[in-house]
Design a protein around this ligand. Structure first.
Ligand SMILES: Cc1cn([C@H]2C[C@H](O)[C@@H](COP(=O)(O)OP(=O)(O)OP(=O)(O)O)O2)c(=O)[nH]c1=O
Length: 190
């Protein structure tokens, strides 16, 4: 199955390819604004839908996948940090605590618009100031929600829920939907 991936995230491409899906990358060029006038899950799905719709005119016959991942801690949304200082601030706040990672997903076909959100609870071990600085200095924090990668930081000591959801795509649910689409015969469109 070959998808149009409306995301610049190399992690999402890798997660899809590891499960046997080919992903042709065409990132949506839209502002990443999360609406505050609706519940967060709905707002993430809306943003994923907007990303998918932004590329649909170029690929009207294809299946398009888009997503948006955020960290939620203490009632606040932590997206991608704007600089190293903010990245350090996020990591100091998350140290020793449990937060949530939410990914809103949209799978858009010529006939269907499917959106859903998955949530994973993530617990950080207590972090030393020095390791926070080393991580942010390495440049790995800036393109990631919450300023860390579960896959490259070693900060996480346990999770409850989907691991791939934290990396940027809840593959268990994504596969369920893609399998459903194949069974429904949308395969011609993918
Ligand atoms: C929490 C966490 C996030 N991330 C990444 C996944 C996403 O790439 C990024 C969240 O930003 P997103 O805005 O969801 O995605 P993106 O900007 O990389 O790509 P696009 O908007 O084009 O879809 O954070 C990890 O790689 N590991 C993690 O543990």
């Amino acid at each position: 199955m070959e998808l149009i991936l409306a995301s610049q995230s190399p992690r999402r491409k890798q997660l899809l390819e590891e499960q046997g899906y080919k992903a042709d990358v065409h990132p949506a060029e839209i502002a990443e604004t999360i609406s505050t006038t609706m519940p967060l899950d709905e707002a993430l799905e809306r943003l994923a839908l907007d990303k998918a719709r932004a590329v649909q005119p170029a690929f009207p016959d294809r299946t398009i996948l888009a997503a948006d991942t955020v960290v939620v801690y203490g009632g606040e949304i932590l997206g991608k940090p704007s600089d190293d200082r903010e990245a350090c601030d996020y990591l100091m706040r998350l140290s020793g605590e449990t937060h949530q990672v939410k990914t809103g997903v949209c799978i858009l076909t010529p006939e269907l618009e499917i959106t859903f959100t998955d949530t994973t609870d993530v617990h950080f071990r207590v972090l030393e100031d020095q390791e926070i600085l080393e991580y942010t200095d390495s440049g790995r924090a800036l393109d990631k929600a919450g300023a860390y990668g579960i896959q490259d930081s070693g900060f996480v000591d346990r999770i409850s829920g989907s691991w791939s959801n934290v990396v940027g795509l809840p593959m268990e649910k994504v596969e369920e939907v893609l399998d459903y689409l194949c069974r429904k015969g949308c395969a011609t469109a993918v």
